[in-house]
Design a protein around this ligand. Structure first.
Ligand code: UDP
Length: 394
């Protein structure tokens, strides 16, 4: 360990990220590195600036560098970030550049690391739908996989998907660090009365007499007709449950949601919730309807039945464990599936059986062990190579 400390005192481990789920899933790694005396360096791209900063702050963390690049399209985001990130990487000379998932920030971080000659690690590697959708996320995941030295696959299926694409080295099955974050937040909510009170305050005023049905919608592919179908379903379900929808701030979601559900009895439109409040909300809900990747992973761990508002998923493990069902976005199908779970106690109990198909909370430690392993580094970022590439780029 002493050797690791010495090594990483001069070479930070750089996290490049910009969205809420990246903040949630990288926070456990950053906290664990701090405990180990290593040097995490968080570079915020600016993709979803406010939600990223607020979510990190919920873990007592903040970004070390804020690039403030916020572009209206994924391509624009990657294009603008690339030269800025490559400069930061050359300047900081990290031991590793770490990216998470499939965002524009992740693909920009990966490309910049490669152009700058740095070693690259990918957290949550190997998720695949096997189709072109969701776009551009599926493309981003595949691109990052082609560039990374280390691939932290959350599940055996994700590792198999990487091997099927010809990646043979550097694959580690670690579980998903999102589960670490969830268990950490659950423990904090249980042990910190002030935090629990603040989290509960965000939910004040929602009546307790009927079941709580949580909904989250944000995916690009669910805009338009699909979104209209989901919103009609929520309006119908509000006759028998409290529908609680933290509304994603993007105008393509927010506009139609307010127009269709604003002011409707039994529907509670909330702002995006701090992670602690969202976890508290999941713990109190009877059912979740979601197109979110992170929520699909979290719900089995909590024992919250999950209806996935998509036709396919890169997270089939929750369906296999019986905690989730794929229901698509058609109004009648969503309403029928939700009613079945709410009205059939035996079905609800089966789907509410807690399970950990995405990891048991030890992902951060497993990932950091690899990142801190001196021999685990690729030759691309040996000090000699760094010096050479740094000199070359001046
Ligand atoms: N989440 C949150 N507040 C909210 C809604 C979601 O903290 O109001 C958390 C949720 O617990 C999960 C993550 O955000 O960990 C999911 O983010 P999102 O659905 O935006 O992205 P995805 O997971 O689909 O990439």
């Amino acid at each position: 360990m002493a050797a690791d400390h010495q090594d990483f005192a001069i070479s930070p481990i750089m996290f490049v990220a910009g969205t809420r789920p990246e903040a949630i899933k990288l926070a456990p790694l950053i906290l664990d590195l701090q405990v180990r005396g290593a040097q995490p360096l968080v570079v915020a791209t600016g993709q979803h600036r406010d939600m990223f900063d607020e979510t990190l702050a919920g873990f007592g963390l903040q970004a070390d560098r804020d690039l403030g690049v916020m572009a209206p399209s994924p391509g624009g985001q990657v294009g603008q970030l690339l030269p800025v990130l490559a400069d930061v990487i050359r300047c900081e000379r990290p031991a590793w550049v770490v990216v998470q998932g499939d965002t524009s920030s992740a693909v920009a971080g990966a490309l910049a690391a490669r152009y700058a000659g740095a070693a690259l690690a990918h957290v949550e590697a190997g998720l695949r739908t096997g189709t072109h959708d969701p776009h551009p996320e599926e493309m981003h995941r595949k691109l990052v996989a082609q560039m990374a030295d280390l691939h932290f696959a959350p599940t055996a299926a994700a590792a198999a998907a990487l091997r099927a694409e010809g990646i043979t080295g550097g694959i580690h099955i670690t579980g998903n660090s999102g589960i670490d974050a969830l268990l950490l937040m659950q423990a904090r909510l249980a042990g910190d009365a002030a935090l629990a009170q603040t989290a509960a305050a965000a939910l004040a005023g929602i009546p307790r007499g009927r079941p709580w049905v949580l909904a989250t919608i944000h995916r690009r592919e669910n805009r338009g007709r699909a979104l209209a179908g989901i919103l009609d379903a929520l309006a119908e379900l509000a006759t028998e449950a409290e529908i609680i929808l933290p509304v994603h701030p993007g105008p393509a979601i927010r506009g139609p949601v307010l127009a269709r559900l604003g002011g409707r009895a039994g529907v509670h439109l909330l702002p995006p919730l701090p992670y602690a409040s969202f976890v508290a909300l999941m713990l109190q809900s009877a059912l979740v309807l979601t197109d979110s990747g992170g929520v699909q992973e979290e719900s089995p761990a909590i024992g919250l039945p999950c209806l996935v508002l998509r036709d396919g998923t890169e997270r089939p493990e929750g369906v296999a464990s019986g905690n989730a069902q794929l229901v698509g976005c058609e109004t009648a199908a969503v309403v029928a599936a939700a009613r079945a779970v709410l009205r059939d106690g035996a079905l609800w109990a089966r789907m509410a059986r807690p399970a950990l198909p995405y990891g048991n909370g030890s992902a951060a430690a497993a990932i950091n062990r690899e990142l801190l392993r001196p021999t685990g580094k690729s030759s691309a970022q040996s000090p000699e190579n760094w010096l050479r590439s740094a000199v070359h780029h001046r």
